[in-house]
Design a protein around this ligand. Structure first.
Ligand SMILES: NC(=O)c1ccc[n+]([C@@H]2O[C@H](COP(=O)([O-])OP(=O)(O)OC[C@H]3O[C@@H](n4cnc5c(N)ncnc54)[C@H](O)[C@@H]3O)[C@@H](O)[C@H]2O)c1
Length: 167
């Protein structure tokens, strides 16, 4: 039998995919997401939000909202975050507030509403861009992804000859 899972940040890029997969596996899913404008524009309902999931629009730093979202929940997947690595270098207070304090509020609320399991996301900054293979088949560590100069340009890092590297 499925569980009831709270997915914080469940309206985001990873959260929507996780939510859809949880629903596909027969779980009930509740999403807590503040729908920040930078990610969702002015929408009051996120694009591609998986049908069948419950949505609570609220801030992960708000203990009352978090406590409400934890009602009758078996597990939590914590993905609510500000995720711009470059932006985090100058919007320091906002990033630490959402990512650190937000997580702290969630874990403090879990003391009174314990669940079977909590899964939280690590950061791409931990594992970097990953291991790439250049067009000649050589493995490349620490490949650097530069800003694209046109829509037709590959998202993948380019080698010295401008050829895209694969994963
Ligand atoms: N996308 C990746 O490649 C990747 C890789 C490694 C780790 N991660 C981690 O996975 C998590 C989710 O990343 P993503 O790529 O889906 O980001 P995303 O920006 O698409 O999703 C984050 C969601 O959190 C919500 N949110 C932001 N602030 C909030 C707040 N104060 N309260 C409630 N909700 C809030 C946003 O509205 C958004 O829907 C992050 O912790 C990120 O660091 C992502």
């Amino acid at each position: 039998m499925g569980e009831t899972v709270l997915v914080t940040g469940g309206a985001g890029f990873i959260g929507r995919a996780v939510t859809a997969e949880l629903l596909r596996r027969g779980n009930e899913v509740r999403v807590l997401d503040s729908l920040i404008e930078q990610v969702h524009g002015n929408r009051d309902h996120p694009e591609d939000f998986p049908a069948g999931a419950e949505l609570i629009v609220g801030d992960i730093r708000n203990k009352d909202v978090v406590t409400r979202a934890l009602q009758r929940v078996d597990s939590v997947i914590h993905l609510a975050a500000e995720v711009g690595v470059g932006q985090s270098m100058y919007a320091v207070e906002r990033y630490t507030s959402v990512n650190e304090t937000g997580s702290a509020v969630l874990f403090e609320a879990l003391i009174d509403k314990p669940v079977r399991r909590v899964v939280t996301a690590s950061s791409m900054s931990i594992y970097g861009e990953g291991l790439y293979e250049d067009a000649d088949g050589n493995l490349v560590q620490d490949a650097e992804r530069k800003p694209r100069t046109s829509d037709s340009q590959s998202w993948d890092p380019l080698d010295a000859q401008g050829r895209p590297s694969g994963l």
